[in-house]
Design a protein around this ligand. Sequence first.
Ligand code: 3PG
Ligand code: MG
Length: 317
Amino acid sequence: MAEIPTLEDLERALGSLDGKRILVRTDFNVPLEGDRITDDFRIRAALPTIEWLRDRGAHVVTASHLGRPKGKPDPKYSMDPVRARLAELAPGVELLENLRYDAGEEGNDDAFVRKLVDGIDGYVNDAFGASHRAHASIVGPPKHVPSAAGRLLQREVDVLLGMRNDPARPFVAILGGAKVSDKLGIISALLEIVDALAIGGAMCFTFLAAQGDPIGDSLFEPDQGDTCKRILDGTSKSIHLPSDIVGLDRNGTVQTYGTRLPEGAKGLDIGPGTAAQFGDVVIEARTVFWNGPMGMFEDERFAAGTRAVAHPGAWPF
Ligand code: 3PG
Ligand code: MG
């Protein structure tokens, strides 16, 4: 990863890290139920960088966004639950308040950047999941202080470069999660290099709707329908979409459907048939790029699809 400075480069740039205040931009945008963290993976994923810095005597100040509070404080997106978990995992590490409580974060406002780097000696970006955003805390600090990629970001970039340049084939991409609009760009880019693409998660409903299936009350991005249709029609690669869906009916009962959801039904996971089909795609593959869960896995009732793709052949769980 020659082009991106690493933690070692930062240490060299600062002479020593001992006693230095290092701002670490993390992606602590964890799933919450009320103020309970349902999955702390993103917090644990930042620990190698935090611990490396602390071993060298640095004072670590972490900063992250949480949710989309729209530029002003909103108690629903308070960092308190994350701060409490971080205190258990890495006692003594500071965590700033939700970056998106300030409109300067998403506005990439230089005054906000200056506030962030005030009293800071160096900056580390370890927020891989937020690095596609040109927000103040991502792109601002490197203009002011010596900066580097953290271990998580460094590893993601290394692995992705390897996949892009020399993937073992068949190379398949599995895409899920909720935000179709964020991923349309990468879908087109991925279709250039993968042999097959499987789409699950909430984003599959925008694709299913684009091909004419009724999707009930499932999440979907109406303004992305045409682009999804163009993607489906415009490639010679195989794109696998779900053939069955697990969700809640209008009375809140878990049901398994085909791809035509009745009115009031909400799709929340891929069904067992789709899980088996995606599993076959994974078993055949020699490289798998996976982004985003296949369903709302934080709820045990909708976790099976994601697990099945992670452990093909092991259904049921
Ligand atoms: C994520 O969870 O995808 C990242 O933290 C980015 O969040 P965002 O989509 O609200 O910018
Ligand atoms: Mg994301």
